[in-house]
Design a binder for this molecule. Structure first.
Ligand code: PGA
Length: 243
């Protein structure tokens, strides 16, 4: 595992975007694993800037997002597909047919989830997976539990996550209780992983990976320690409990 400690959020975003840009330049048909949430927004802004400056071309890039709320479609401003359109896809030349965000309104969810993992495999697997981390140590919507889903699955959100994510909604009651999320196996199959975290509220979660001696389903992010190519990029606040 590689750890990069940056001064602030802007530097995290720039460093992450530079790593991704190098990979896109080296492999124009790269498969990107993308995340939502506040953490990657700055990275996406940097990638958009590089596209507008003519440095990056996304015309051959394929993407798979980690998760989506069950019951929300892309026209719903709270959906992750909407978020991705607003914060990245609408500003770069990625082809619509190359974008994959789990469908929160799929009719047969069990079949749909299996197909999502098959689709990733058919694309050749994810080359670089971007991850945020929850305050409770979740990655994607893989919540702390006594066991974790291996493949893409419908998952129940914990009360903690519902409360934390309610900041994006009008009220906590509007936050969906379930989501469709890549599983821990889907994520660990990515060839490389970039985990980003900023701010003091992430310090415990980051420390639980950096100081981890035994992986635990109660800290889903601890499974990243099994992966051979993980880079964690944090700011000084997120690193403050690990010094
Ligand atoms: P955040 O969410 O980027 O909005 O902090 C991260 C996560 O919950 O995985």
């Amino acid at each position: 595992m590689k750890l990069i400690v940056e001064k602030n959020y802007e530097n995290i975003s720039r460093t992450a975007a530079n790593i991704i840009a190098d990979k896109v330049l080296a492999k124009p048909g790269i498969v990107l694993g993308l995340a939502t949430g506040s953490t990657p927004i700055g990275t996406y802004k940097e990638l958009i800037k590089m596209y507008k400056e003519g440095i990056l071309d996304f015309s051959e890039v394929r993407s798979f997002n980690l998760d989506e709320y069950v019951g929300l479609d892309e026209n719903n401003p709270y959906s992750y597909r909407y978020f991705m359109n607003e914060n990245l896809f609408d500003h770069i030349n990625i082809k619509k047919e190359n974008i994959h965000v789990p469908d929160g309104k799929a009719e047969n969810m069990d079949e749909y989830c299996k197909d999502y993992d098959r689709l990733i495999e058919k694309a050749g697997g994810i080359d670089v997976q971007i991850l945020g981390i929850g305050e409770n140590g979740h990655i994607a919507f893989i919540e702390p539990d006594t066991s974790l889903p291996i493949g893409t699955s419908v998952v129940e959100l914990t009360e903690d996550t519902i409360v934390v994510n309610s900041r994006f909604f009008n009220s906590v009651d509007e936050v969906p209780r379930t989501a469709v999320s890549m599983g821990i196996g889907s994520i660990l199959k990515a060839k490389s992983i970039l985990l980003l975290a900023n701010g003091r509220r992430k310090a415990d979660a980051i420390n639980s990976i950096l100081e981890c001696e035994r992986i635990s389903t109660e800290i889903p992010a601890s499974f990243l320690l099994l992966h051979p190519d993980v880079t964690i990029i944090v700011d000084e606040e997120a690193y403050s409990k690990s010094k």
